[in-house]
Design a protein around this ligand. Structure first.
Ligand SMILES: Nc1nc2c(ncn2[C@@H]2O[C@H](COP(=O)(O)OP(=O)(O)OP(=O)(O)O)[C@@H](O)[C@H]2O)c(=O)[nH]1
Ligand SMILES: [Zn+2]
Length: 213
């Protein structure tokens, strides 16, 4: 097991290289920035209801953007090999997520569907959902989110194929700007078997769509 764990970590080196390297301001500086934004919006940050808001907003940012602190290589490090040689499709459907668009910093609300064909063992099911959150809890475009989830699974698990589909509504299109509510954006990324064999893509799509599959 140790050998497998080590080689998985090594394979993740490239997948984590996408994390920007920045010097974080202090908590006090971040809270001061929230005060400025409150004033910019026309508020009095010293009134009773808002006095603790900068502190709350910074804590909320820690939660909403904790993906910058998380590492998918750690999430995916544990492989279960005793699965009686199971090498069929594993599909997690309808994984809900919240992200934020990098252009406007407002929510992207969606679901992810992930499938892979294992080679040497399987990962814990919850870990697939955790990988979605590692990347969703960063500023994103839907395309990059789709690619990063796919690449993390591909590089760590070296499966026979990965399929990722994301469906999401972008609040920057719903509550501001063009103001079109209920628009669903779909993105997909396929590797291995899913890329090479149209039948596998079709099967994935059918299983995502059919609750009875
Ligand atoms: N491709 C892609 N575009 C996105 C995503 N999230 C938001 N956008 C788009 O990013 C674009 C930013 O366009 P800009 O013209 O720079 O910004 P803007 O003036 O605020 O644009 P509007 O939203 O049209 O008001 C908009 O068209 C958004 O709809 C995403 O995940 N992927
Ligand atoms: Zn946006």
């Amino acid at each position: 097991m140790d050998a497998v764990v080590k080689s998985l970590s090594a394979r993740m080196a490239d997948a984590t290289a996408d994390k920007p390297s920045v010097t974080r301001p202090s908590r006090e500086e971040a809270e001061a920035a929230v005060r400025v934004l409150l004033q910019w919006a026309g508020e009095d940050p010293d009134r009773e209801g808002l006095i603790d808001t900068p502190r709350r907003v910074v804590r909320t940012y820690e939660e909403l953007f904790r993906g910058y602190r998380d590492d998918p290589s750690i999430v995916l490090d544990r492989v279960f090999e005793e699965v009686a040689g199971y090498d069929g499709l594993v599909l997690l459907r309808d994984i809900p997520f919240y992200s934020h668009c990098e252009h406007h910093m407002v929510p992207i609300i969606g679901t992810a569907h992930i499938a892979y064909y294992p080679t040497q063992g399987v990962v814990g099911l919850s870990k697939l959902a955790r990988v979605v959150d590692v990347y969703a809890r960063r500023l994103q475009t839907q395309e990059r989110l789709t690619a990063q989830i796919t690449d993390a699974l591909e590089e760590t698990l070296k499966p026979r194929g990965v399929a990722v589909m994301i469906e999401a509504e972008h609040m920057c299109m719903s509550m501001r700007g063009i103001q079109k509510q209920g628009v669903s954006t779909l993105t997909t990324r396929f590797t291995g078997l899913f890329k090479e064999e149209p039948g596998e893509q079709a099967r994935f799509m059918a299983m995502v769509r059919s609750k009875a599959a």
